[in-house]
Design a protein around this ligand. Structure first.
Ligand code: GLN
Length: 359
């Protein structure tokens, strides 16, 4: 079946449907990972977005039963050059097209993803609509022009837990403020024997005090960070009271709680091959990214905050740390392993911080 992607600036791409059928709108973004499509499809931070993969063959190792980042996919659409129908891997449970159909995600293959990515890179992230079957092109462009922007949508509420739940462990008790957390964050804490108390985004400082965790981790999540004012207000209240660690959206929330600013990037960072430099050690790590917003470096000036990490592609802020309070955060994903486990040390730093060994 034919499928079409229309961008808000009137650009059209045609291809074939390979997942669910129908119509869906979202913000069109590109990801440069050569692998990791299963994690991308199930990362709740992509809620509200249509993802274009730059790597030309997607689905070749299938979908397995172990690597899900969430119980379901929140992605709005998936755009590839070639979708592989015959996966080959000992862990492959099912085909990518079947997975998309089951999850109700529209997939479109046969698209010139290089041209599409170059377009988004030149003109920036845009809204778009995917439709399968016979479509009216002019109408589709109209819909892309009129669909909501990512900012202003309450996407975190769609993906975060509504009720608190706890996972036992004999180590430190970590409260995870869930804005749409990837499962791997929980796995990394459990590997370190942490007890994890997963709480909704609207948790209050009083409720946190009742639970009395050893540390608080603010998770990744979808949308514009300014769209979670309650979590920002709660974070502001607990700064200095508990060791605090933020990942991605959690990093942005932390920066906003401290009084800094965030801004929308032209086309963001999405991929598993971003070089990030730890300014304290001078070491460079290849890291996994998924963000369209960034902490404004200028707005950190004069604050008791050190920039600990930068992205070597564009020098944007990738990590912050308070000069004397137990608080740090990273913009990239230390829980993901785009190869070796080298960003694991970030979780070890959080463990040290909870033990009172602030470096
Ligand atoms: N992975 C994330 O947490 C993404 C954070 C935020 N939604 C952004 O796009 O910048």
């Amino acid at each position: 079946m034919k499928a079409m992607l229309a961008l808000e600036d009137g650009t059209l791409f045609t291809g074939r449907a390979f997942g669910a059928t129908g119509e869906q709108w979202g913000e069109v973004v590109f990801n440069t990972g050569m692998t990791g499509y299963q994690e991308i499809l199930t990362d709740p931070s992509y809620c509200g977005q249509i993802v274009v993969m730059t790597y030309p063959l997607i689905g070749n190792y299938g979908i397995n039963r172990e690597d899900f980042e969430a119980k379901k996919s929140f992605i709005r659409g998936f755009v590839v050059k070639e979708a592989c129908d015959y996966p080959s891997n000992w862990r492959a449970g099912y085909r990518i097209g079947d997975f998309l159909a089951r999850e109700g995600v529209l997939g479109i293959s046969g698209v010139d993803t290089r041209a599409l990515t170059r377009h988004l890179r030149s003109y920036g992230t845009m809204r778009g609509v995917i439709a399968t079957g016979a479509v009216d092109q002019a109408q589709l462009v109209e819909k892309a022009k009129n669909c909501p922007h990512l900012s202003g949508q309450k996407l975190v509420a769609d993906v975060a837990v509504k009720e608190t739940y706890a996972i036992e462990g004999r180590g430190p008790r970590v409260m995870l403020i869930d804005l749409g957390s990837k499962q791997n964050i929980i796995r990394k804490l459990r590997e370190r024997n942490c007890a994890v108390i997963v709480v909704p985004p609207d948790i209050t400082p009083e409720q946190i005090a009742q639970i009395g965790p050893d540390g608080v981790l603010i998770s990744n999540g979808p949308g514009d960070p300014v769209d979670v004012p309650k979590t920002i207000a709660t974070t502001r209240e607990i700064i200095g009271k508990y060791p605090l660690f933020g990942i991605c959206l959690g990093n942005q929330v932390m920066a906003l709680a401290l009084g800094a600013k965030t801004y929308k990037m032209k086309f963001g960072h999405r991929g598993a091959n971003h070089p990030v430099k730890d300014l304290r050690t001078g070491r460079v790590y290849i890291t996994s990214h998924n963000h369209g917003f960034s902490v404004d470096e200028e707005s950190l000036k004069g604050m008791d905050i050190d920039i600990t990490h930068i992205n070597l592609n564009d020098n944007t802020v990738e990590g912050i740390r308070h000069k004397y309070l137990p608080l740090f955060a990273v913009q990239y994903h230390p829980e993901a392993s785009p190869g070796p486990q080298e960003s694991d040390y970030i979780f070890d730093q959080f463990m040290d911080m909870m033990r009172g060994e602030v470096q």
